[in-house]
Design a protein around this ligand. Structure first.
Ligand SMILES: [Zn+2]
Length: 73
């Protein structure tokens, strides 16, 4: 499993949560931090939602990543 799969799997299994890049790095176990940013911005641009919101973990308002699976349109 590559890092993009790891991140996607992690977000899909935590659908109700929004993770900033920092918390996603810490919780998914993917390193380095720079790679998370790249994965979420480019590799997973169709699979996840990336927007300005409150991180479910650290509570800060910044760019957060969320699984698209958990979002009801
Ligand atoms: Zn956070």
């Amino acid at each position: 499993m590559n890092n993009a799969d790891l991140v996607l799997n992690f977000l899909n299994s935590h659908q109700d949560y929004k993770y900033c890049d920092d918390c996603l790095t810490t919780n998914s176990g993917v390193h380095p931090h720079q790679q998370i940013n790249q994965i979420c911005r480019i590799r997973l641009s169709q699979e996840i939602i990336r927007e300005q919101d409150q991180c479910s973990i650290c509570g800060r308002f910044k760019i957060v990543n969320q699984s698209i699976v958990g979002v009801v349109v």
